[in-house]
Design a protein around this ligand. Structure first.
Ligand SMILES: [Zn+2]
Length: 259
């Protein structure tokens, strides 16, 4: 490459340390690393994050972020085009064209997912001082085909890597808890374990204390509590999500609900 034009939204920093250029199909990406004197503000409070199948993620203070519709639509389209590709004769011109089409779609999906992860995680890292997540074992989950596909589709690896560095930048804290902790089946209010909770149950209803709560929210609260206990902070009181947080996320084009 001999010179490229920069068309980003923000200005290029002056104290660049390193630029890494990568190529994906026919697009070039430049990652710019620079030093900043400016300290990023650290968020407050502790939140647990449940990575869902239906919603993209749910925080313990009741923030639920939906998966991108456009992403799902494109994924359907990709499957269709991949089927078409399998019907094209090997070595034919049409097959070549179809390969290019599939590659392009794949690339668009990757870009959209990355952008989505950035927006969600920047907001999360900005608002919370401590974030607790489950240490998901992808290998273990691959045995459960349905679950594995959904998790990998949502770019779990990328998500976690991004969350890690965004939190480090702000000197905030990331706590990981083991995947064997019963975050879904335990009642977040009384600790009762509901052994017959099914994957299809959207609500968690506790037969002991009568708590009725969104399933993912219940899990997120458990994740938060377990993370907090793990670092010796006990269980802090729950505070509902600030409306400003939800409003800010919505502005970024995300579909956000408060539970
Ligand atoms: Zn209960």
């Amino acid at each position: 490459m001999e010179g490229i034009e920069y068309r980003g939204e923000s200005t290029i920093p002056s104290n660049i340390k390193q630029v890494v250029v990568t190529k994906d199909v026919n697009r070039y990406y430049a990652s710019i690393q620079y030093e900043s004197e400016e300290e990023l503000p650290k968020g407050t409070g502790i939140t647990g994050i449940d990575m869902g199948i239906r919603a993209f993620l749910t925080t313990s203070d009741g923030l639920q972020i939906e998966s991108l519709n456009a992403l799902r639509k494109n994924e359907k389209k990709l499957k269709r085009e991949q089927r078409r590709l399998s019907r094209k004769r090997k070595g034919s011109k049409n097959r070549k064209k179809q390969i290019a089409k599939v590659q392009k779609l794949n690339q668009n999906i990757r870009d959209a997912r990355k952008d989505f992860n950035h927006r969600v995680l920047t907001a999360i890292a900005r608002h919370y001082g401590t974030v607790v997540i489950e240490n998901l074992n992808i290998q273990g989950m691959q045995r459960n085909h349905h679950l594995a596909k959904s998790m990998i589709d949502q770019g779990w690896y990328q998500f976690k890597r991004m969350l890690q560095y965004k939190i480090e930048w702000r000197d905030a804290e990331l706590i990981e808890i083991g995947r064997f902790d019963p975050s879904s089946k335990m009642c977040s209010k009384c600790g009762n374990i509901k052994h017959d909770l099914k994957l299809s149950d959207h609500k968690y209803h506790c037969n002991v204390c009568n708590l009725s709560i969104d399933r993912d929210l219940n899990a997120a609260i458990n994740i938060r509590n377990m993370g907090s206990i793990k670092v010796g902070k006990g269980i802090p009181a729950l505070t509902p999500v600030e409306s400003a947080t939800a409003a800010e996320l919505s502005k970024g084009g995300l579909r956000v609900a408060t539970l």
